[in-house]
Structure formats: C-alpha cells, structure tokens
Design a protein around this ligand. Structure first.
Ligand SMILES: Nc1nc2c(ncn2[C@@H]2O[C@H](COP(=O)(O)OP(=O)(O)O)[C@@H](O)[C@H]2O)c(=O)[nH]1
Ligand SMILES: [Mg+2]
Length: 318
C-alpha cells in the first residue's frame, strides 16, 4: 500500500519545511509514504527547499497554471507513481499533516473512495463572519447540486483512493474541490468526512482577492458541473415553467377567439396575448429540445469518461 502526499506549491519556501516535517514517516497499513510537490511556476526556492528535505517527486509548471491544473497534474503523476492512496494538502501549513493517518483511515478500511477533512469552519477564529456565512452558503448550494452532505465544500485537505483518482476529471480552472465533489457524487463514490481542525494561519490565502470573487468563481463551477451531470433537470424545469406561463395568455386568446363575436366584425382581437403566449410556448419548446440534446451530450460524456479511465489505466498500469 503506497501513499503519495501531493502538495501543490506556489512560492511556499517559507512554510514548506513545516509542512514536510509534519508528514508522518510511518503509518500502520501503509508500506511507503512519498511526497510529490507540484511546482506551479515557483519563482522562489520552494523546489530547492523540498529537495534538501528529501522530496523526490516533482511536477513542474514552467509558468503558473493555477491550483486546479496543479491538482489535476499532481493526481495524474501520483497514479504514475503507483499510489494506492493520494493525500492532498496545502503548502502553507494550513492543515494538520500529522492527522494524515485519520484522514486515510476510511480508505484503508475500504469504506471510502474520497475523504474530505472538515475544518469545522465555524470554529476558525481568523475567518470573518462574512467568510463563514459564504462558506456555509457555498457548501449548502454544493450539497443541493451534488446530493451530498459535505460540511466543508472547499476543504483542501483530502484523500483519494486509486479508483477515485482514476475516475475524476478536473475540467474547470477554479474550484477543483467543488467540481470533484460533484463528480464523485455523480459517480457514486463513497465520500467520508473526518473532522480535523486547522493550524494557526501563517499567511493570507492567495487564491482569491476577495470573498465575492470566490463566490462568483465557485458558483460558476457548481453551475457548470451541475449542468454537465443533470442538464435535463435544468432545461426541463425551465421548459415546464415557460409552458405554464405561456399557456395562460395563449389559452386566453383561444378562448376569446372561440367566444368573442367582435372577431366576426373587426378581425382578430387580443393579438398581444397571442404573441406573448406564442413566444413563451416556443421558448418552452426550445428548452425541452435543449434538454434532450444536452442529455444526449451527457450520455456521450459518460461514455467518453469511461474510455478516458480505461486509457489512463492502460497508459499507467501496463
Ligand atoms: N494561490 C495560489 N495557490 C496555488 C497556485 N498553484 C498552487 N497553489 C498552492 O495551492 C495551495 C492553496 O493556496 P492558498 O493561497 O493557501 O489558498 P487557500 O486554500 O485559500 O488557503 C497552496 O499550497 C499554494 O501554494 C496558484 O496558482 N495560486
Ligand atoms: Mg492556505
């Protein structure tokens, strides 16, 4: 059983030694523990620091590509390194690396594909009330979209089984955490939650300039992921709403046309109702059609993902 601890890093020379020192060197049930640094275009001494502390595996991005792509490339490399379990942690020592045994325990027991550490954000002192609220809201929306009960959607302290890592496909540029959680839910992966507090904050998050930017980007990711997996729910719901609203003026027009004698003498009446109702009904029809097409695309996507998983397996495991 091999564990790879993956640390995406953007200029973490100051805090990386603490992170590396915190990673356990022995865990019951694990034969080998190796560290993989994703150097996401570091311009400081992160890589030298890591090497001097014995890290042997690196993924290098010549220029900065962002956390989601770093995660995606790190996951792939971990699979190539024959990892049975992959742990993701941050380079700023936000997470308690010494708790990795608790984090991976559900995977070792065979009861989880993905484990997410719950930071218990309501207890974190340096999170402002607004940040806590947004965190709660974002988590609620994610759980609604994914049908999960994850308490901390954006936690970056996670563990993945080999199977989960093989099946996840990171597509969005932001919020890989929410994206992969939605994917895991739709692929019927077993998700476990382990409460693990965080370390004292050593620096500000560099990922987001503001809470709103975070909300905006995460919402877009959740929407995209949801549309990818449940397009018909969205389009058919939209279609039904438009159909119901459109039937009222259209029905009114038909009823008047059938009963109103003014038609005989003055030509068609209530044309406005006809136009409004007609436009709404055509839009409803288009929504239903889009729903059907999107569903066909979804089925195709599912097949492509299966092919992709097999290609990964052939490439990595031959
Ligand atoms: N901000 C940022 N972090 C990156 C990037 N690529 C990799 N990382 C790493 O992602 C982790 C999380 O970043 P951080 O700024 O602490 O954001 P937080 O998750 O909101 O605390 C750290 O280990 C970073 O070094 C990137 O392009 N931007
Ligand atoms: Mg951080």
């Amino acid at each position: 059983m091999k564990l790879v601890v993956m640390i995406p890093c953007l200029n973490e020379e100051a805090t990386l030694p603490l992170v590396l020192a915190g990673i356990p060197t022995q865990i019951d049930g694990v034969d080998a523990i190796e560290v993989l640094i994703v150097d996401d275009g570091c311009t400081d001494r992160t890589v030298d620091v890591a090497r001097s502390m014995g890290v042997q595996h690196f993924v290098h991005h010549i220029r900065n590509q962002g956390l989601s792509r770093s995660f995606r490339d790190g996951l792939m490399r971990s699979l190539e390194l024959d990892a049975d379990i992959i742990v993701l942690t941050d380079g700023d020592n936000q997470y308690k690396q010494q708790c990795i045994p608790e984090l991976i325990a559900p995977i070792l027991r065979g009861s989880a594909d993905t484990v997410i550490a719950d930071r218990e954000t309501h207890t974190i002192e340096h999170f402002s009330p607004l940040k806590k609220f947004l965190q709660k809201l974002g988590t609620w929306v994610l759980n609604k979209a994914a049908g999960t009960a994850v308490p901390d959607a954006t936690s970056g302290f996670r563990a993945y089984s080999r199977k989960a890592a093989m099946q996840l496909n990171v597509i969005a540029d932001y919020s890989f955490a929410t994206e992969t959680t939605i994917q895991a839910a739709h692929k019927h992966h077993a998700i476990s939650i382990v409460p693990i507090g965080t370390n004292e904050k050593l620096r500000e998050s560099r990922q987001f300039n503001s809470n709103w930017q975070h909300v905006r980007r995460s919402s877009v990711t959740i929407m995209r992921a949801y549309i990818m997996y449940k397009p018909y729910t969205i389009f058919i719901t939209m279609g039904v709403i438009l159909l119901v609203i459109g039937l009222a003026p259209f029905g009114y027009f038909l009823w008047k046309a059938a009963t109103d004698n003014a038609w005989l003498h003055h030509g068609p009446q209530h044309v406005r109702s006809l136009v409004i109702g007609g436009v709404l009904l055509v839009t409803a029809f288009m929504s239903f059609t889009l729903g059907i097409i999107a569903d066909l695309v979804r089925i195709n996507r599912q097949l492509t993902e299966e092919v992709l998983e097999n290609v990964k397996r052939i490439r990595i495991e031959q």
